[in-house]
Design a protein around this ligand. Structure first.
Ligand code: F6R
Length: 233
C-alpha cells in the first residue's frame, strides 16, 4: 500500500486525477467508479480535463435496490450528473436497482468478467466499508445484495428528505470483485474517517474491517488528508 497524505481534499483529488491520467496513458480501458461525496472534486477535474473516455468503459460499485436510474437519489443519476453527461464513456455500467436479485447479480458478474477493471476508485465508509460491503461481509463475496447497516443509513440520510426514505438494501460489487481490479485508488477525507483509515492500514486483515482486505492487493494507493491520517502511528 502506498499512502499519500495531502493538505486538503482538493489536493487529494489532484493526486487521484494524476493516477487516472497515468492509467489512461497506459491505455487503461475499464474504470471502476464510486459515488458519495469523496470523489466529487475528482469528477470535476476529470470533466474539466482533456482526457477522453469515449473508448472506455466504466463500472460502478453499487446501487440502491428499489430506485430507478432516473430517481435523483439513485447512484446512476448521481453518476450521470457528476460525470457521464459531461464526460461520456463508451459504456457505463451501474447495477439496476429495479432488477430482480438473481438476474441482476448474474448480469453484473458477467459485466465484470467481460470488462476486467484497470483502475478501481474507492471511498471509505466510517465503518470501513468499501462499496456497500459492510463489516462482516465475507471476503470471498462477489456482486451481492446487501442489507445496509444503521451506520450507513445514518451517514447517507443527508442526501434524502427523511431517514425513512433511505433504501435499506443495495446491490454491491463484493470484496472479491474489487480485489480483481489491476489497481486501486482509495480516497478518504476528514476526521470521521480517521479510525477506519487506521484500521484499514494498520489493523488486522479481517472481514470486520472490509477495507483491510486492500492490504493484500499488490497495487493500492491510499489518499488521505491530515484529519483522516491523525490516528496513524
Ligand atoms: C459509494 C460507495 C461507498 C462510499 C462510502 C464513502 O459508491 O461505494 O462505499 O464510497 O460510503 O462515502 P462518502 O464519500 O460520501 O463519505
Amino acid at each position: 500500500m502506498e499512502v499519500i497524505i495531502v493538505e486538503t481534499p482538493l489536493d487529494g483529488a489532484k493526486e487521484a486525477f494524476d493516477i487516472f491520467t497515468r492509467v489512461k496513458e497506459q491505455d487503461g480501458k475499464v474504470y471502476g467508479l464510486a459515488t458519495g461525496s469523496t470523489p466529487i472534486e475528482l469528477y470535476k477535474l476529470l470533466v474539466a480535463s482533456e482526457l477522453d473516455f469515449s473508448d472506455c468503459v466504466s463500472v460502478n460499485l453499487d446501487e440502491y435496490v428499489g430506485l430507478a436510474g432516473d430517481d435523483e437519489h439513485s447512484y446512476r443519476y448521481f453518476m450521470n450528473e457528476q460525470l457521464f453527461h459531461a464526460k461520456p464513456f463508451k459504456e457505463s455500467f451501474v447495477p439496476d436497482g429495479l432488477a430482480p436479485e438473481d438476474t441482476e447479480i448474474a448480469r453484473y458478474e458477467q459485466v465484470l468478467a467481460d470488462n476486467p477493471i484497470d483502475l478501481q476508485l474507492l471511498g471509505l465508509g466510517s465503518n470501513a466499508h468499501i462499496g456497500f460491503n459492510e463489516p462482516g461481509t465475507d471476503f470471498s463475496e462477489r456482486t451481492h445484495k446487501v442489507h445496509l447497516t444503521e451506520s450507513t443509513i445514518n451517514a447517507n440520510k443527508r442526501f434524502f428528505a427523511n431517514e425513512e426514505d433511505v433504501p435499506r438494501y443495495a446491490y454491491s460489487m463484493g470484496p472479491a470483485s474489487i480485489m480483481d481490479a489491476k489497481e486501486v485508488v482509495l480516497m478518504a477525507f476528514g476526521e470521521g474517517k480517521a479510525q477506519a483509515v487506521k484500521d484499514m492500514i494498520e489493523g488486522e486483515v479481517t472481514p470486520e474491517v472490509p477495507a483491510s482486505i486492500l492490504q493484500n492487493h499488490e497495487h493500492v494507493t491510499i489518499i488521505i488528508d491530515q484529519a483522516a491520517a491523525q490516528l496513524l502511528a
